[in-house]
Design a protein around this ligand. Sequence first.
Ligand SMILES: NC(=O)c1ccc[n+]([C@@H]2O[C@H](COP(=O)([O-])OP(=O)(O)OC[C@H]3O[C@@H](n4cnc5c(N)ncnc54)[C@H](OP(=O)(O)O)[C@@H]3O)[C@@H](O)[C@H]2O)c1
Length: 335
Amino acid sequence: MRELTAVTLPTTMRALRQTSLRGPQDMRSITDAPVPSPGPGEVLIRVAAAGVNFADVSQAHGAFGNGPRPPYLAGFEGAGEVVAIGDGVGDPRPGTCVTGVGYGAFAEYMVLPARAVLPVPPGWTAEQALGLAVNWPTALAAVKILGRIAAGETVLIHAAAGATGQAAVTLAKHYGATVIAAAAPAKHEIVRALGADHVVDSRSDRLAAEVLACTDGGADLVLECVGGDTFDASLRAAKRITGRVVVFGLPGGEAALTNWDLVYRHQIQLLGVNIGVLAEAAPRLFGALMAELGALLTAGVVRPGTPGTHDLADGPKVLAELENRTTIGKLALLP
Ligand SMILES: NC(=O)c1ccc[n+]([C@@H]2O[C@H](COP(=O)([O-])OP(=O)(O)OC[C@H]3O[C@@H](n4cnc5c(N)ncnc54)[C@H](OP(=O)(O)O)[C@@H]3O)[C@@H](O)[C@H]2O)c1
């Protein structure tokens, strides 16, 4: 491991440790976590800001596919300065500000894979770059790369006032779509300000009927990241045969769908995505996605984020608020 010459790294640090599968209530603030050491192909960053994602809540309940088992250092999205590099790393150089996805982001230091980090865009703070590694790529995959939105089409976006949802509304409007945004009524002004054409109450049991009432036979694309009872409403809201439903989250729980359903009830195109699997299993598609994201950055469509910031020690409370649906937009923890 090579360190930035001017920096002497401590051996221990503050962090949040998940101690059970009972959720964020069992996330503990500790002061004696060992500062990790970057292995070959890895970099160590001093975390300036850690992104909070719904997956952190799922992980805390043990409901995240292939998630870590407790006890583990929580958080996976971080941004900050590279302070040490592992063997074989030529880029990024120490001193560079980057953002990316690894383990243990709710801490003062974290390790990231060098090949997957993104430079913080010039003029942006680390905090403003949160979302570039998770929310924007996921929204872009769902809206464009897999969802194949075309100008003039209609898209139903669930959790539209959330971090990923706001990115999706922005992108869908950029590509010329009509947006139906589902969110809690208290969040409707936020999505209207982003350009949503119609708003629906995310908890209404008339959600599918309302979408059918304002479309010609249903939405061309549905961004399904809720699950539970809403999953069936999403399938009913999609246009028969040509409608695409991209499934990428299930805070409302699992929902069943049979081959009978697809033949006789919901004749729609169903796509599932996890952004990490997309990057690993379809590197060319992911490369095209990231190139498009770069172009959107240059064009000013993707702008510096304005996350709601909280002290690291408040992480468990922030995660509980995310789980209880009281948050809006991107959230960040500052160590
Ligand atoms: N597959 C992937 O790679 C990937 C990557 C990023 C995110 N995601 C998924 O995208 C979704 C949004 O994630 P995010 O991190 O951006 O969170 P977020 O949207 O900022 O927050 C979650 C929002 O989801 C809505 N929601 C609907 N049903 C819910 C329920 N039963 N419990 C809690 N919230 C519910 C709530 O908005 P309203 O109250 O306004 O309805 C809530 O505020 C999640 O499902 C997440 O797992 C998936």
